[in-house]
Design a protein around this ligand. Structure first.
Ligand code: ADP
Ligand code: ZN
Ligand code: MG
Length: 488
C-alpha cells in the first residue's frame, strides 16, 4: 500500500511592534520577568484593551504577501480556557470573522510546483510564559513571566495541501523568509517568535477522503518539523497497516526521544466557548488603508530572485546568497546602481564584505563601507588602476580608516604597474638573480614559473599587473635578450 500523507500547518508569528497588542507595554525580549506588564496585559478586572494600529498594519502586510483577501470588518473573540499563563481566563483572538482569508503560496517543490492554500490569517494576543524548574516532586516549581502576555501574534492556517514532511518544511522555510523580509517578524524560532503546529493524516491513496488527523505541537525548528512529521506519518501508517484506527488527538514532539507522544485526545479537547469580545469594537479596515499598505510592500523574495537573475545575469548561487535578506539585495543593487559591474559586485559582497561583517558582528545595513564606496573600489579594479589583490588591501584600509578607495590608492601610491618596459626591466633583474630557477624552467620544470611571478610581484610590492607579469615572464623565459627562442 502506498500511503499518502496529508498535512496542514498552523503557524504563530510574533509581530515586530514596539508595544503590545492591547496596551502600551514593551514587547522587548529578554527583560527581567514581569517588568513589561500593566493592568491590561495582567488581566486585572476593569482594565480595557485598546487595539494597536501598527499590529493590524503588520498583519495586513503579511496577509497581502500570502495572497489573502483582507476583510473589511473583522471581529475579536474571547477564547476561554484556564491556564496560569493566561490571567484573564481567556485569550483575545479572532474566530468567526478573521482579519484575512483565502490566500495561497506557490512552492517550487522538489517534486514539482505545488500551491498551498491559506485558509485564514488572524490576530491574537500571546500568553505569558511558564518557567518550570526542578525535576523531583519535592523541588518542582513553576514561575510565570507575564512579559510575553499581550504580545501581538498572527496565526496563519493553511489548507491541508501539503503532501510530505519535506514540503511542510519547505513551506515553513518560505513563510519565515517572507515574514522576515516584510519586516513583520524576526524569524527567531529559539526565542519563540515563530512557532508551528502541524496537522497530519495519512490515506491509502489520493482518491480517498482524508484520514483522521493528529495535531503535533511544539515544533520550533525546521528540522523538528520535518522529523516530527516523518515520525508521525510512519506511526499512523503502522497503525493503519495493522488494521487499527488513527485517533484524533494532540501530540507533542519529544525532540530528545525523537518521537511524538499523545498529549490529549479529542474527548479531552477544549471547548473554548468563543464569543465576541465585548470590550473591543470590530476592527474596520477600509480600502484606502489596504491600498496604502499595498503601496509600501517590497518586492517579495521569489520575484526578487527572478529579477536579479534576469537583470544582472547572475548564477543561481549568487542570487540565492544575495537574497538572504532584503537589505543585502538592496546593498547589491545599490552597488550596481553606483556603477559596479554585477558579477564583481556580487563576488565582493559574498566575499570580503560578508567576511568583514561577520567579523564585526554587524548586519549589511551597518556596513562600514557603503555601496557607492564599494562601487568606486570595484571600478578601480575594473579600469585596471589597481590589481585584484591590492584591492583587497585597499578594502582593509577603507575599513580601518573610513577613507575612500581613490584616496588610499593616490596617497599610498598603489596604482597598478602596467607599463611594459618597466615590467620587462624588473623581470630581467629577477631572472638574473634566479638563474637556477630559470634553468629549471627551461629544462621543462615549468612549475618554477609561479615562483618567478611571485618574485616579480614582490619586487613591485604587489602592484604589477599580475596577468601582464605572467605573459611577459613566459616570453622572457623562452627567449633570450635578443628575442631568439631558447626552448621549444
Ligand atoms: P479543527 O477544527 O480540528 O481545528 P480545522 O479544519 O480547523 O480543524 O483545520 C485545522 C488545521 O488542520 C488546518 O491547517 C487544516 O489544513 C488541517 N487539517 C484539516 N483536516 C486535516 C486532515 N484530515 N489531515 C491533515 N490536516 C488536516
Ligand atoms: Zn501591558
Ligand atoms: Mg480549527
Amino acid at each position: 500500500m502506498a500511503f499518502e500523507p496529508v498535512i496542514g500547518l498552523e503557524i504563530h508569528a510574533q509581530l515586530l511592534t514596539v508595544s503590545k497588542i492591547f496596551c502600551g507595554c514593551s514587547t522587548a525580549f529578554g527583560a527581567p520577568p514581569n517588568t513589561h506588564v500593566c493592568p491590561v496585559c495582567l488581566g486585572l478586572p476593569g482594565a480595557l484593551p485598546v487595539l494597536n494600529r501598527t499590529a493590524v498594519d503588520f498583519a495586513i502586510r503579511a496577509a497581502l504577501a500570502l495572497g489573502c483577501t483582507i476583510q473589511n470588518t473583522s471581529i475579536f473573540a474571547r477564547k476561554n480556557y484556564f491556564y496560569p499563563d493566561l490571567p484573564k481566563g481567556y485569550q483575545i483572538s479572532q474566530y468567526e470573522q478573521p482579519l484575512a482569508i483565502d490566500g495561497a503560496v506557490e512552492l517550487a517543490g522538489r517534486d514539482g510546483p505545488r500551491r498551498v492554500g491559506i485558509i485564514r490569517v488572524h490576530l491574537e494576543e500571546d500568553a505569558g510564559k511558564s518557567l518550570h524548574e526542578g525535576f523531583s516532586d519535592s523541588d518542582r516549581k513553576t514561575s510565570i513571566d507575564y512579559n510575553r502576555s499581550g504580545v501581538p501574534l498572527i496565526e496563519i492556517v493553511t489548507h491541508p495541501d501539503l503532501r510530505s514532511a519535506a514540503a511542510a518544511a519547505e513551506f515553513f522555510t518560505r513563510l519565515r523568509e517572507t515574514l522576515v523580509w516584510l519586516g513583520v517578524n524576526d524569524g527567531n524560532m529559539e526565542e519563540g517568535s515563530l512557532r508551528c503546529d502541524a496537522n497530519v493524516s495519512v490515506r491509502e491513496d489520493a482518491s480517498r477522503p482524508f484520514g483522521t488527523k493528529a495535531e503535533v505541537k511544539n515544533l520550533n525548528s525546521f528540522r523538528f518539523l520535518q522529523k516530527a512529521l516523518e515520525h508521525e506519518i510512519e506511526r499512523q501508517m503502522t497503525v493503519l497497516k495493522e488494521g487499527g484506527r488513527v485517533v484524533q488527538e494532540t501530540r507533542l514532539w519529544d525532540a530528545a526521544a525523537g518521537r511524538t507522544l499523545s498529549m490529549r485526545s479529542k474527548e479531552e479537547a477544549h471547548d473554548y466557548r468563543y464569543f465576541p469580545e465585548p470590550d473591543l469594537p470590530p476592527a474596520v479596515v477600509d480600502a484606502a488603508r489596504i491600498a496604502a499598505i499595498r503601496a509600501t510592500m517590497p518586492e517579495l523574495p521569489e520575484a526578487r530572485r527572478r529579477r536579479l537573475a534576469e537583470q544582472h545575469a547572475l548564477p543561481d548561487y549568487d542570487v540565492a546568497q544575495l537574497t538572504q535578506s532584503r537589505a543585502l539585495a538592496d546593498y547589491f543593487e545599490a552597488t550596481v546602481a553606483a556603477g559596479a559591474p554585477a558579477k564583481p559586485a556580487s563576488n565582493w559582497i559574498m566575499g570580503e564584505v560578508a567576511r568583514t561583517l561577520k567579523a564585526l558582528g554587524r548586519g549589511i545595513e551597518d556596513s562600514p563601507v557603503p555601496p557607492d564606496r564599494l562601487a568606486a573600489l570595484i571600478a578601480l579594479v575594473d579600469r585596471g588602476t589597481i590589481s585584484g589583490s591590492i584591492a583587497k588591501d585597499v578594502f582593509e584600509k577603507m575599513l580601518a580608516s573610513g577613507r575612500t578607495a581613490d584616496d588610499i590608492v593616490a596617497a599610498d601610491g598603489l596604482t597598478q604597474i602596467d607599463d611594459e618596459p618597466q615590467i620587462v626591466a624588473l623581470i630581467g633583474e629577477v631572472l638574473g638573480r634566479h638563474a637556477d630557477a630559470v634553468a629549471q624552467y627551461r629544462s621543462g620544470r615549468t612549475a618554477t614559473l609561479g615562483f618567478l611571478v611571485g618574485q616579480v610581484m614582490k619586487a613591485t610590492a604587489g602592484k604589477a599587473n599580475p596577468k601582464r607579469v605572467n605573459d611577459l615572464l613566459k616570453k622572457a623565459l623562452v627567449e633570450d635578450a635578443s628575442g631568439n627562442r631558447v626552448i621549444g
